[in-house]
Ligand binder design. Sequence first.
Ligand code: GAL
Length: 689
Amino acid sequence: MTDAPRTFDLGALAYGGDYNPDQWSEDVWAEDVALMREAGVNIVSLPVFSWPQLEIASGVYDWGWLDRVIDLLWDAGIHVDLATATATPPAWLLRAHPEMMPMDAEGRRMEFGSRQTYCPSSPVWHEHVARMTRAMAERYGRHPAVALWHVSNEYGDHTSRCYCPESARHFRRWLAERYGSIDGLNEAWGVNVWGQRYGDWDQIETPRRAPGPINPTQLLDFERFSSDALLGLFRLEVEILRELTPDIPLTTNFMSMFHDLDYWRFAELEDLVTDDAYPDPADPLAPVGAALNYGLMRSLKQRPWLLLEQSASAVSWRDVNVPKAPGKMRTDSLQAIAHGSEGAMFFQWRQARYGQEKFHSSMLGHRGRSSRTFAETKALGAELAALEPVRGSRVRARVAMVFDWDSRWGSAAAESMPSQRLNWAGQARAWHRAMHALGQPVDAVRATGPFDDYDVVLVPNLYIADAVQAQALIAFAAAGGRVVIGPFSGVVDATEKVHLGGAPGPLRDLLGVEVDEQWPLADGETGVLDLDGAALTFAHWGEWIEVDAAACVLARYASGDLNGRPAVTSRPAGAGSAWYVSAMLDDAGLVAVWRLVLAEAGLPARDRTDVNLDAVTRSSADTDYTFVLNHGREPLTIAVPEGARDLLGHDVGRTTNATLTLPRFGAAVLATPRAETVPFITLADGRTD
Ligand code: GAL
């Protein structure tokens, strides 16, 4: 299973979406295929939720309609991202085996009537999933249309944690494997607190509703277990597909920075990372968050990935579903491609007429070929052809951020923390936002590296830290890297036992910092740090830290009970340095500190920042393709790198000091000969932020 990934290659950027022909009569299919061709669609995903239409009763199959659809698509040259159809069980299966319906933390069984109504640990479900996967692979595994396997769909969407008796049995087996003996578990969970000693495995339950706060290590282990339970389900299908169709690449679609699954481990089983991304059009900062999601996607396998789902305009699952203004679907799609996606795909091709998603926009809206989304779909399809040269090229980020699901779960799962306002995801988003504003794209990396490709490694939070991770970060700094560690890091070990001697535990020597006490601020309160005369604002979190003689204090607390104490430090470490940021700074404060980090690392930073400016370079062997996107509604004028040519057709001149004004949702893809460092895009002179 660790063999080299199979390549997904359509000979073009992928363009298309989910296709649900079983919601339509056959006469509509011909129109679908004609309009797909008109729009430049070259791949569709199906039949994601169609198991009940394919196996109408136990052992009674109806393949005919799917055979005809796939042939029809292929006759038109349209490939298929073939789902194994195991994303949702049919009613007949659930009624025969009601014990496979998932249970919530209150002990209530979930009913049929939506999708993904299954317990990830159910042996019955496993048996039927394996059977269906095998049937799909045997029937379609040789069809030339099949370019990619789409295993299940969005693991963990709706059902990522199950608390039923079967899950409890599976949880116990998982714990027995992890800890070896019940004494090992008692030691790991620190059961002498609140009298939680177990005498036998059978006494252990999933962390259902309890009278008070639940043992934090039990909660953390349940997070780990639940991710592993779905990973096991994924592996079951992967093994069957590898056996029957060893040459077809496979994927399962991720949900961006999804909390519940450790995507590093899922990606190991995939050939191609795919993502479903739904940045909220109502949130002006959504493209910044999307940039971090896409940084994760391109890093999970350190290969190009694919945006498998996005919306053409509004979704239908928020309380209020704001549409995408004209042009926004294009910039959103280009943003994903800028960050390494090998195409742009959607949920879904034709807008549903009925059911839960009838108000979800689609490439082809309810008004058919007259719909605005279809006009934009056609225009984007045509434009993607001009971007052909970028296929296979890679983003060369110099900054990486540590993504660690253990710390993410640990910092968020327990109720008994110094403050609920600090958690991994919030920290990661804030730290990335400031780096994005300064113009540096950010990759994702595990806490153990590899860090070789980077000059700066950001660790927004590493609540759970061990010696192996510390060693990797120490080696990175020793070799000349800049490592920046955030608050509440190195606090506990993998069983959530506090590192005595003070946080950041195994990182103390690297940073020359010892945390004496965490110092959360009350809600609504803010504090100030003094950075060389500049006042930086923080909220929610500070720390009382002690520093050693080699650590340089860059900023001190300048308010409240911590007044005068060190707040931000940097310490030489080998050929590099190690920085510690002990407070939750606001964006401007983080920008100020990042400027110092980038300067020391020899990396450029924009003088004037604008969150709407997004510039990312994909590099091939001989060309740098710099995508410059304006996510805002006001024009932005940028300085054009010398000798650039725009793949999207703007005349950018060939002179030095050329500028380009991008209108609202404007975009350019500037090609320049590959240079040692990629072009760095700034706002042109003469314009204020
Ligand atoms: C995804 C899912 C799709 C569709 C889409 C709507 O989570 O995979 O099937 O429901 O959301 O936004």
